[in-house]
Design a protein around this ligand. Sequence first.
Ligand code: SF4
Ligand code: SF4
Length: 65
Amino acid sequence: MCKGCGLCVAACPRDCIEMASHVNVKGYPPAFHAHPDKCRGCGNCGVVCPDAVIDVFREIKVKKG
Ligand code: SF4
Ligand code: SF4
């Protein structure tokens, strides 16, 4: 679904997103989450994406015991 505009890359304050070197079925190099470990779930990428193809969620860690 990504059209390779790069807006999400510019909007990420943690430099988590990069553009792929291959093209997708639409013929564009898609963005991908290159560094999910650095993501803080701010949602900027999802807000700026003109095609709303990014879902942002946070994982909740539950302590056992
Ligand atoms: S949610 Fe994560 S990947 Fe998206 S802009 Fe924020 S820090 Fe970057
Ligand atoms: S995910 Fe959205 S904002 Fe990011 S490059 Fe693709 S179309 Fe653009």
